[in-house]
Design a protein around this ligand. Sequence first.
Ligand code: ATP
Ligand code: MG
Length: 419
Amino acid sequence: MSKTPKSIRGMHDVLPDDTPAWQRLETALRETAAAYGYEEIRMPIVEQTALFARSIGEVTDIVEKEMYTFDDRNGDSLTLRPEGTAGCVRACLQHGIIHNQQRRLWYTGPMFRHERPQKGRYRQFHQFGVETFGVAGPELEIELIQMAASLWQRLGIEDVRLEINTLGQPAARARHREVLIEYLEGHADQLDEEARRRLHENPLRVLDSKNPEIQPILEAAPKLADYLDEESAADFAKTCELLDALGIPYRVNPRLVRGLDYYNKLVFEWVTESLGAQGTICAGGRYDGLVEQLGGRATPAAGFAIGIERLLSLADTPADMGRADVYVIVPEAGRQGAALRLADRLRRTLAGQRVQCNLDGGSLKAQFKRADRSGAGTAVIIEDEAGEQVSVKPLRGEGEQQRVAAADLDSLLAANQHA
Ligand code: ATP
Ligand code: MG
């Protein structure tokens, strides 16, 4: 029987070969957010279970069956966050930072959902999210869409398209809900079990079903669009107009309802064909009711979340950069002290250069092998115990080994660096 511990199913290590791609993406996300005037916020990973039930909605995939919920030692019910919006609003209210003011915030980190693991769907996954508070009107959603579009552009992602819809205001949704329930009741015998169960509690979510067998019934169901309130309809028309004016292509998808209850008015998703069923890489919309629902003063709000793993599988992978630029070779054990001293000096004087010093001895041949594997372009060989004389040997491309005074090494390597 194997005794070595394993990670939890659906929760993955990111190994050193893959972290450069993550870092590149995280840099792009951070810089894009900053370019749009967004500030970072960091929330705890664990929150009170009630927060998610109150904000995401009781009758949703997440709250019904996907949350990692447990009682802590005090008997409080806690949950590993399945998404970031609820915790973000909670933090903003707790610290009074969205009171009578506009706020643009972003966050990134792990989220947890107990789903069936498959490509693009994990139990620990990562999101980058942005939330804006205190700004009403469709221009904000356009700015959010622009921000996402500029990210795709920066990351060289072409195969992605925008789908939008409007969910209207709560009153319009309530009117539509009544006729929808009536319609679905009339076809209950043709629905699947899940749809029948949700029919009364959350009929809009029935429309979101992916079961091909019930699609014809859903296609013919009363459309929310026919029950929209005037303001939402006008805002949606404005959104479409602005997108047209900006040359951002989109498709109106009346079936787009999103899996969380807190949305109203505009909802949108960026989807790709290249990731199979897990094609949504970014999802968001307006959620004007949530702040008040969580006990704050009514505050317009909108945001989106990007699934980082899905985005990563679309973005091109950065070239392998190795892990060192300079490798210090120590031909004799007595020169190790000089080598460590010199290596540390180089790290200070050659800003941005990665310097690795050979440790644990080894033959010259073994050390050069390590130097090669480190990806370094240059080896520095310590020639005496005092570390006064060194040789510089290019490990890639042209160039001869040359012997120099250690004091001249820094400027020589700096010159190489800029050549
Ligand atoms: P889906 O319909 O794929 O289940 P969702 O509507 O549940 O998505 P959201 O709650 O809107 O997803 O989360 C925003 C984004 O986070 C998704 O568009 C997706 O890119 C990513 N995401 C959601 N769940 C997972 C998961 N289990 N594993 C990896 N990424 C995920
Ligand atoms: Mg889901």
